[in-house]
Design a protein around this ligand. Structure first.
Ligand SMILES: [Zn+2]
Length: 320
């Protein structure tokens, strides 16, 4: 039976519970560190300017589809709703959930967890997250201001690929530490890829950097097999993995990555981008592409394409 209160905050250095100092701020009784609290959001770090801007543009509060739309999307394999279906399948019901790098948060987590706690460095996004989750905390991902084993599930959504390689082990160690034994780590992780089209894009390293890596701040991409091995080294056993985007590109991906200098490098790319723009402009064509690519994702995407062709993975681990 999990506690009705969110896991208590501790000093990240001393691991002792923080005291209320005066009206709002928190104090470490051991080292004397003061943690200011802004609008109910304890701040263990300052804001990072890149992510204040990035989450301002890229990270709304992700709503679950409601009503008829939700009912249809539960069985129709719409490509754009794969991640929602993944979360519904693997985020367990009840218990305390920690959303690492939460930005504004996700309704599917709040719906499924007994209570959700969000951690992020961007305070503008946390202000909204605090309205949907039980607790929002401004902090980096390591060290975490919680005691050992207090969470039933830790989720990350498009976070691990943003962590530089040198810092990854520290984050995964903290993730494993705050998870209870048997608890789940449920993740959508951007990865490096041996996909033939990504290989083609890498022939021009400067273009690849400009149009694949930098727009999203993906500074820490590793191949899927390397990501899974890293989690397992930290005592998290792989229990499920969906390969995402291991097969044909969605028209939106063609435009996002190739509607730029790449068109001048290859006539094939230029015409694929044109075709993609036409599909995106026609709602009926786009819907057909969504369902077609969704069907590929759930069939050949899982059993035919190699794991390391995936451009990201939806991966579930259990703490041993
Ligand atoms: Zn302390």
């Amino acid at each position: 039976m999990s506690s009705p209160h969110p896991p208590r905050l501790v000093c990240p250095a001393c691991r002792v519970p923080l005291d209320r100092a005066g009206a709002v701020d928190l104090d470490c009784p051991e080292c004397g560190r003061r943690v200011p609290v802004f609008d109910d959001i304890p701040a263990f770090c300052d804001s990072d300017p890149f992510y204040e801007t990035y989450t301002g543009h890229h990270a709304p509060y992700h709503l679950s589809p409601a009503g008829l739309k939700g009912a249809v999307l539960r069985w129709l394999p719409y490509w754009s709703w794969r991640e929602w279906r993944f979360w519904r399948r693997y985020v367990p019901r009840g218990g305390w959930l920690l959303d690492l790098g939460c930005a504004r948060g996700r309704q599917v987590f709040a719906e499924r967890a007994g209570g959700s706690v969000g951690i992020d460095t961007a305070r503008n996004a946390l202000a909204e997250c605090a309205r949907h989750y039980r607790l929002a905390v401004q902090s980096g991902l390591a060290p975490l201001p919680f005691e050992d084993g207090v969470f039933d599930v830790v989720v990350t959504s498009h976070v691990i690929g943003h962590i530089p390689a040198a810092e990854k082990d520290a984050v995964l160690a903290e993730m494993a530490r705050v998870l209870r034994r048997g608890g789940r780590s449920v993740n959508v992780i951007e990865t490096d890829s041996l996909h033939p089209l990504v290989g083609f894009a890498k022939k021009w390293p400067d273009l690849y950097r400009r149009h694949f890596v930098e727009p999203d701040g993906h500074v820490g991409l590793e191949l899927p097999t390397a990501v899974i091995a890293r989690f397992e080294r930290h005592g998290m056993r792989s229990v499920a993995c969906w390969k995402m985007e291991a097969g044909p590109f969605h028209p939106r991906q063609w435009v996002k990555h190739f509607d730029n200098e790449y068109r001048e490098r290859s006539a094939g790319v230029a015409s694929a981008v044109e075709r993609s723009r036409r599909i995106l402009a026609q709602p009926a064509l786009l819907a057909a592409a969504e369902v077609g690519l969704g069907m590929v994702h759930y069939t050949a995407g899982q059993w035919r394409y190699p794991l390391d062709h995936a451009q990201f993975i939806a991966a579930v681990f259990e703490k041993t």
